[in-house]
Structure formats: structure tokens, C-alpha cells
Design a protein around this ligand. Structure first.
Ligand SMILES: Cc1cc2nc3c(=O)[nH]c(=O)nc-3n(C[C@H](O)[C@H](O)[C@H](O)COP(=O)(O)OP(=O)(O)OC[C@H]3O[C@@H](n4cnc5c(N)ncnc54)[C@H](O)[C@@H]3O)c2cc1C
Length: 476
């Protein structure tokens, strides 16, 4: 197929950083969601000026541009659904930690884990901890407002972004805020970019806030007779004003999958019981005191409790959490991987609903997540080539989303909307709210060239989705 004229012009301007080879285009055609559309070219810009040139040309020729970090999005937000150009910033990896100021200066392609290690070597801590930290980029984290396990105590990516630099969809280079701990000059465009999934601008650099590295940590795993007891224990812990740095909940399906993958029970004689994995961190004296208070709450409610006495034991306790997500594929070859959030008061109601939903639809559902902030990964498992179970899985998904809203929750806590959750945005936001969001998009990106088709548009994804079924809401 001949190369589009706009791509030929861009190649003449930018030279070898514009790659139209089949391999590069294929590699940039999908993200962690596996939803794929092949772009015309992949651009690895060498400078901000290159980024600006790409966006100016894209505007002139109305070419869609999708910015990409590591492409680990689970919602299709990095998949170039309208083709066009992919702007790949994964190679932008400059990183500097200012030890005195407790700030990190990063380019957008720096991996989250890389920053955490660089900060730790200087006694500082960057708490946001998505499980994808070894490959996901900070640009992607900021664009998705990534979370992770430490949200309940330390917050999410947004809470650590002091300043952003980047390029507007129309090609102007801009800075939002500075390397200051306070800033109140004008509209807070920095926060508008955070979580906007690459639809409002291209982030090239960020200044991130660091906090002192906690001196010690302590880990404990507890199993419970059922999910309700486990989640009531969460409530008891939080109401005692104890905020563990990690408070992970795994339901019985998640535990059973992990146990079957490792071939060992988490607690001998207690196979397939829901668990809480908890970690306290801070000054050793504070951790000792909190450990005592936490055990006073957990022990009477749990069936069994296992404390880690050293690093090796800590690693062993983490095994069940690390293994559970991959191990779920024994329940089906595909998953609808949700990241809903509900208020503390609704956690038990959500789990009760999920168990009933799984029973009534006959679809396996395994749930685990970050109980301290109510962000649960609900994994609806199905077989791609089984039309019947795929349809039931989609029905279960829609029912789940409705329930989450009814319970005062949100359809996404950390993965964002991308393509996969567009059908549900209107459950959460009314007409005026969506119109306000669209007005912002229109003002900043009048030709809709930057990551078009994301967040608001329901159509493409569901035609392409690996589930080859019509959606229940399509035939209403
Ligand atoms: C195994 C696995 C585990 C995961 N665990 C977690 C988790 O615990 N918590 C969590 O929150 N997420 C998690 N994720 C999801 C994903 O890793 C995060 O959303 C991450 O922030 C994406 O980073 P990325 O570099 O891969 O971005 P990409 O997938 O490349 O892009 C994601 C979005 O950000 C935009 N974007 C990327 N870079 C820029 C930039 N420089 N400027 C503007 N927009 C940009 C893209 O256009 C796209 O909309 C997980 C994913 C996987 C595969």
C-alpha cells in the first residue's frame, strides 16, 4: 500500500525517526488490552521540537496521533484506534534526583521502578507502585493517573506530580507549574493533563515529589472464613486509624488459582480461603506499635495469621498475591479485567453482589485488590471461542458496572477509560459533565488529532473486541 502523503512529508522533515516499517507498525498497533489497529508510522522523536513538528503536521493534515510509553495500558488507551501516527516516547529516559529538595526530574519514558530505585539510593521514596512498574513509563503513569497497592496510605501518581512539561495538541510547547511545592498561578492545567489518557497533550518531562524512605516494614498474611469477615476486618483496621501501606484483599477464587499455580496451600488445611496481605511501614518504633494494634484486630477475626520474620519470609507471603492474576487463566482463556472502586461502606455489598453475579451467570469471577482505597480488580473470566459464555461475561460486566455506580463507586480507579470502558462512562457521568469534558477537549484539540476515539466514543472497540459477540446494550 502506498504511504499516505502526510507521512511522506513528515519523513522528509524528521528523517529516520519516522519508521514506516511493518515491524515497528505492528509493535505499536496494540497495548496490554490486545486491541489492535495498525498505524501508518511510528515516530521516536529526538526532541520536544520534533514532537511539536509532528503535532503541527498532524493538525495540518488531520492525522490522528497516539502517544505511547510502554504500551502496557489494559484499556486500549494506547492502541491507535484511528490509525495515523504513534508517537513513541519510551526511549526518553533521563532521570535526576535532587537529594536536597526531595524531587525527581524525569523524562516521560523513565520506568517507574527505575525512579523508585534511584530515589531509594538517596534515601527518598516514590510511593506509586503499579504492578507494571518495571516496564510502564512515568509518562504513561501520569497520563493514566496510575495507582497500585499503596494508594490507601500514600495516594496515587497525581499526588506526586509537581510540574509537567510537554506539547499541546496544536504543537505549542508548554509548562504547567514548576519545581515548587506550592503553586497557585492560573488554572491548574497540570492536574487536567494527569489522567487525561494522552488526549489533551504530550507529556515530555515531569517533576515529581519524593518523600523520605520508610526505615522499616513488616508484613503479615491472614486468612478468613469468608469474604465478608475479611472485609469487615478491613473496616475495623481503618476505623482504628491504622493505615497499612499495603492492605490487599484476595477472594477465595483468587487464592485458589494462586494455590493451584504454586501447588501449595497458603495456610495448610485452609485451602481456598480469602486472605488479607498487609504491610506496615515507617519508623521502627511506630511499626512495632502499629503491629501490636493490627494483630489485636486481626487475630480474633482470622482463621490463621502468618507474620514475616525476614525478607525471605516476606517474599513467601507475597507469592499468593503475585501469582493470582496470571493463575486465573485456568478459569478461562480471556478476562474482562476491571478496576472498580467503591466506598468503604460498600465493600461487603460489592463482594456479596459479585458472588451472586457469578452464580447467576455461571461465569467465573475472581476478585482481588487494594482494600484500603476500595479499588478492586474484578476479573470476569470467559473463553474467547465460546459465544455463550462470552455473552454471559459481557452481561455480568454490565451488571457489575451498574452496581458499582449504585454503590456510590466509580468504574475505574487506576486503569482509566481508554476504549474498553467507553460504554460505561455515561453510567457515571451525566450529560452536562460529559459535555464539559468534551468542551475542554475541543478547546485544546480543535481538530481532534490527539488520541481520538478514546474515553468518549463507544463504537470502534466493540466491533474489534476479541469477544465476537454483540453487546447486550447494542440491542436495547
Ligand atoms: C501486568 C500489568 C500490571 C499492571 N498493573 C497496574 C497497576 O497496578 N496499577 C495501575 O494503575 N496500572 C497498572 N497497569 C496498567 C498500565 O501499566 C498503566 O496504566 C501504566 O501507567 C501505563 O504506562 P505505559 O507507559 O505502558 O503507557 P501506555 O500504555 O503506553 O499509554 C497509556 C496511556 O497514556 C498515554 N501516554 C503514554 N505516554 C504519554 C505521554 N508521554 N504523554 C501523554 N500521554 C501519554 C497513552 O496515549 C495512553 O493513553 C498494569 C498493566 C499490566 C500489563
Amino acid at each position: 500500500m502506498s504511504e499516505p502523503a502526510a507521512t511522506r512529508t513528515l519523513k522528509r522533515k524528521l528523517g529516520s525517526c519516522v519508521d514506516t516499517g511493518a515491524e515497528a507498525r505492528h509493535a505499536a498497533s496494540f497495548d496490554g488490552s490486545k486491541l489492535a489497529w495498525t498505524p501508518d508510522a511510528v515516530i521516536q522523536p529526538r526532541s520536544e521540537e520534533d514532537v511539536a513538528t509532528v503535532l503541527r503536521h498532524a493538525n495540518r493534515h488531520r492525522v490522528p496521533v497516539t502517544t505511547r510509553g510502554a504500551g502496557s495500558s489494559l484499556t486500549g488507551s494506547a492502541s491507535p484506534v484511528r490509525g495515523g501516527w504513534v508517537l513513541d516516547l519510551s526511549g526518553w529516559r533521563k532521570l535526576r534526583v535532587d537529594r536536597a529538595a526531595g524531587m525527581a526530574y524525569v523524562q516521560s519514558g523513565v520506568r517507574t521502578g527505575e525512579l523508585q530505585r534511584a530515589a531509594a539510593r538517596r534515601g527518598w521514596f516514590y510511593p506509586p507502585d503499579p504492578s507494571s512498574k518495571e516496564f510502564g513509563t512515568l509518562g504513561g503513569n501520569i497520563a493514566c493517573n496510575a495507582g497500585g497497592m499503596r494508594g490507601g496510605k500514600y495516594g496515587v501518581t497525581r499526588d506526586y506530580v509537581l510540574a509537567l512539561r510537554g506539547v499541546l495538541p496544536t504543537g505549542e510547547i508548554v509548562s504547567w507549574s514548576r519545581d515548587l511545592r506550592k503553586y497557585a498561578a492560573g488554572y491548574n492545567m497540570r492536574d487536567l493533563w494527569i489522567g487525561s489518557e494522552g488526549t489533551l497533550g504530550v507529556i515530555t518531562e515531569a517533576v515529581l515529589r519524593l518523600i523520605p524512605l520508610p526505615a522499616s516494614r513488616w508484613t503479615v498474611l491472614a486468612s478468613f472464613a469468608n469474604e465478608t469477615l475479611a472485609l469487615r476486618t478491613v473496616k475495623a483496621i481503618l476505623s482504628a486509624r491504622l493505615i497499612p501501606s499495603i492492605l490487599e484483599f484476595l477472594d477465595r477464587e483468587s487464592v485458589a488459582c494462586a494455590e493451584s499455580a504454586t501447588g501449595e496451600s497458603v495456610f495448610p488445611g485452609q485451602a481456598g480461603r480469602p486472605v488479607l496481605l498487609m504491610e506496615l511501614d515507617g519508623h521502627p518504633a511506630a511499626v512495632r506499635d502499629e503491629r501490636r494494634r493490627l494483630l489485636e484486630i486481626v487475630q480474633p477475626r482470622a482463621l490463621a495469621v502468618r507474620e514475616a520474620s525476614d525478607e525471605k519470609e516476606t517474599e513467601a507471603l507475597w507469592e499468593v498475591r503475585r501469582k493470582c492474576s496470571g493463575a486465573m487463566f485456568e478459569l478461562g482463556d480471556s478476562k474482562l479485567n476491571e478496576d472498580v472502586v467503591v466506598p468503604l461502606r460498600s465493600q461487603v455489598k460489592l463482594m456479596t453482589f459479585i458472588r451472586r453475579l457469578s452464580r447467576e451467570t455461571g461465569v467465573p469471577i475472581a476478585t482481588f485488590g487494594h482494600a484500603a482505597d476500595g479499588n478492586f480488580h474484578v476479573n470476569i473470566m470467559y473463553r474467547r471461542d465460546d459465544r455463550d459464555i462470552s455473552t454471559r461475561a459481557l452481561r455480568a460486566l454490565r451488571a457489575l458496572m451498574r452496581k458499582v455506580i449504585e454503590l456510590g463507586g466509580a468504574i475505574s480507579g487506576e486503569h482509566g477509560i481508554g476504549l474498553a470502558k467507553t460504554p460505561f462512562l455515561t453510567l457515571e457521568h451525566g450529560r452536562a459533565e460529559i459535555a464539559a469534558m468534551r468542551a475542554v477537549k475541543q478547546a485544546l484539540d480543535p481538530n481532534n488529532i490527539l488520541n481520538p476515539g478514546k474515553i468518549f466514543d463507544v463504537t470502534e472497540v466493540w466491533k474489534k473486541r476479541p469477544l465476537k459477540v454483540r453487546l447486550p446494550w447494542d440491542h436495547k
